[in-house]
Design a protein around this ligand. Structure first.
Ligand SMILES: O=C(O)CCC(=O)C(=O)O
Length: 203
């Protein structure tokens, strides 16, 4: 099954629940957890230094340096599995990527706050390809601004093991997303967001 979400004229979110077959998703999940160079980083939010509530790892081309929340990520050289997945994601999405942010949510206390992937390195209308593995978690989307009197609440998606969420067009200009904490029992979840942060436009 494939579901597409067209939320605003120019902001497109496409959800593909079965991007990776289940057995393959299991193997990829286990290897990424074992083999990536995970670490918990300190960030600056509203002038305060705090530890990110998750583990991250940043891989990509040498020039793919990425900064957010006072953190500058210098890429590790491609892990062969991340590189193979990149080729699959590129073919599937029709877009090119030079880097990937891997996030690991160890349990329901790990989370990601409201934000848009709108750093200048990503360009005005980035394509972000987000592959989810492991425990399903609630992913929320909300418009950044609403016209006076306009209703329009938060949209929740459950991102399944092996699924792909493509965020395109004006999705980062117009929407924010988050992965909230949960008090429900939640096992490990790994998320890979493939991005293009190069100085040159993708060809
Ligand atoms: O884990 C997720 O699904 C969200 C990841 C995310 O928002 C990001 O890497 O910017």
């Amino acid at each position: 099954m494939q579901s597409d979400y067209q939320l605003l004229d120019s902001a497109l979110f496409e959800y593909h629940p079965h991007f990776l077959p289940e057995r393959e998703a299991d193997r990829v999940f286990e290897r990424l957890w074992r083999e990536l160079d995970w670490s918990q980083r300190e960030i600056t939010l509203f002038g305060r230094r705090l530890m990110q509530p998750r583990l991250i790892a940043w891989y990509g081309e040498p020039a793919a340096v990425y900064s957010y929340s006072g953190l500058t990520l210098v890429p590790l050289p491609w892990h062969p599995l991340l590189q193979r997945l990149k080729a699959r994601v590129e073919e599937f999405s029709g877009s090119r990527f030079d880097s990937v942010l891997a996030n690991a949510y160890r349990d329901g206390r790990d989370s990601m706050g409201w934000h848009s992937d709108d750093e200048k390195e990503l360009g005005p209308e980035p394509v972000i390809a987000s592959l989810s593995l492991g425990a399903p978690r609630r992913f929320l989307l909300r418009p950044k601004t609403r016209a006076a009197g306009e209703r329009g609440g938060t949209i929740a998606l459950s991102l399944a093991h092996g699924s792909m969420l493509l965020m395109k067009g004006a999705s980062q200009q117009r929407f924010q997303h988050s992965l909230p904490r949960t008090t429900r029992p939640a096992g490990l979840r790994i998320n890979l967001t493939y991005r293009w942060v190069g100085a040159q436009a993708p060809v």
